[in-house]
Design a protein around this ligand. Structure first.
Ligand code: HEM
Length: 361
């Protein structure tokens, strides 16, 4: 009997199976056009530096997935928010891990977006005809910052309530344009509205803008490597191979984030107290703190406008066709000065004593 089965099944598995598989794949391709993904991309696009945009996108997807889980248990009413986060960490199955992944994923996204921006800057990939996509990238970076800020508020501990107070003050500075940041805007609390921004408005906006960004990358193709000397066209590899490498990088990122979520879960502060200032902003926003100490809350507004404005005009500041960073030294040194200044301000602020800015208290 066993022998019968073997003799009857073995020809099927050795000769028919591959052709069935082939026919299945061809059938899927006929319907979904997957072979269209095998277009060529230049070899240099497979390097880690050129995969940072894809990895930024991966962390965004991770934030959406973990965020959807957290949203099932989070209560955005100011009286319940803190307790609901406490319950996520203590009572929800895998809640502490998912919150840790969301927290470390946010840090990773900020770092990856920053590194991607620097890679594009240093390799001169924003130059003609990609200036428009650089501007779209700046909008994505600003949206990432807004997602990070609103996330800081929704966890609703002391850091959060102080961040919200600053937000209200900035709303006042914006005059009639700051109406949305006022506690009196509607019957829904500021926390409730910032939560909607965090889970719906900003992610939806990010998704639309990132689709435009990716369509433009596809339309223009990857910018040539700034270091390529040969006049011969660069060899290409199928985009599907690039996706496979990107997937491998993404799994490493996921592994590191999962380890951090287990070994270093985010802190969870006590119930927030209104009207006091005893915390500093999280590190990605910490560079603004010394500016705020110097000129008050308006410093947050001016520093943010200045850095975003400066990023927008990069294609105007560096217009020639040269991409090689060694031949664009003034611009590269200018960029390095900004990066070093931001890092120095973060380190300086980390050692500064906590100061009070809102309400003069
Ligand atoms: C915030 C999330 C972002 C995502 C998900 C994203 C995604 C991507 C991806 C997948 C690519 C192609 C592969 C690569 O170059 O890594 C790319 C290219 C590009 N990105 Fe982004 N990006 C983001 C932010 C930015 C920012 C902040 C800037 C600049 C201000 C920017 C400017 C560009 C430009 C100019 C290209 C074309 C580069 C080339 O042709 O070599 N992107 N982006």
């Amino acid at each position: 009997m066993t022998e019968n089965l073997t003799t009857r099944t073995s020809p099927v598995s050795t000769t028919d199976a591959p052709s069935r598989r082939r026919r299945f794949l061809d059938g899927v391709d006929e319907r979904l056009g997957l072979k269209g993904l095998q277009y060529g991309v230049p070899e240099h696009a497979n390097k880690l530096a050129y995969s940072l945009g894809g990895l930024s996108l991966f962390t965004f997807v991770l934030m959406v997935v973990t965020g959807v889980v957290l949203t099932q248990y989070y209560d955005s009413s100011p009286s319940r928010a803190h307790q609901s986060v406490h319950e996520i960490v203590t009572s929800v199955t895998l809640g502490k891990f998912v919150r840790g992944l969301h927290y470390w994923g946010a840090m990773a996204m900020v770092v990856l977006v920053g590194l991607h921006l620097l890679r594009v800057f240093v390799s001169g990939s924003f130059k003609r005809p990609r200036e428009g996509n650089w501007v779209i990238g700046v909008v994505l970076a600003a949206t990432t910052a807004a997602l990070f800020f609103t996330g800081t508020v929704v966890k609703w501990d002391q850091e959060s309530i102080e961040a919200l107070d600053h937000n209200t003050e900035i709303g006042k500075l914006l005059g009639r344009f700051g109406f949305w940041f006022s506690p009196k805007f509607s019957g829904i609390s500021q926390l409730g509205r910032l939560f909607v921004a965090h889970i719906a408005i900003l992610p939806a906006f990010f998704t639309v803008v990132v689709i435009a960004h990716l369509l433009l990358v596809k339309y223009h193709g990857m910018a040539p490597s700034p270091f390529r000397k040969s006049s011969q066209p660069e060899p290409t590899e199928p985009f599907t191979r690039h996706l496979a490498r990107l997937g491998a990088f993404a799994m490493v990122v996921l592994g590191v984030l999962a380890l951090l979520a287990v070994l270093a879960p985010p802190r969870y502060g006590p119930t927030p107290v209104a009207g006091i200032e005893v915390t500093k902003p999280p590190w990605p926003m910490l560079w603004i703190y010394p500016v705020e100490n110097l000129v008050g809350v308006s410093g947050i507004l001016w520093a943010t406008v200045a850095i975003i404005g400066l990023l927008f005009i990069v294609p105007l500041l560096d217009r020639g066709p040269e991409r090689d960073p060694r031949r664009r030294l003034p611009v590269i040194i200018g960029g390095a000065v900004v990066v070093v200044a931001v890092i120095a301000l973060i380190l300086f602020a980390a050692f500064q004593p906590v100061a009070s800015h809102v309400g003069g208290g």
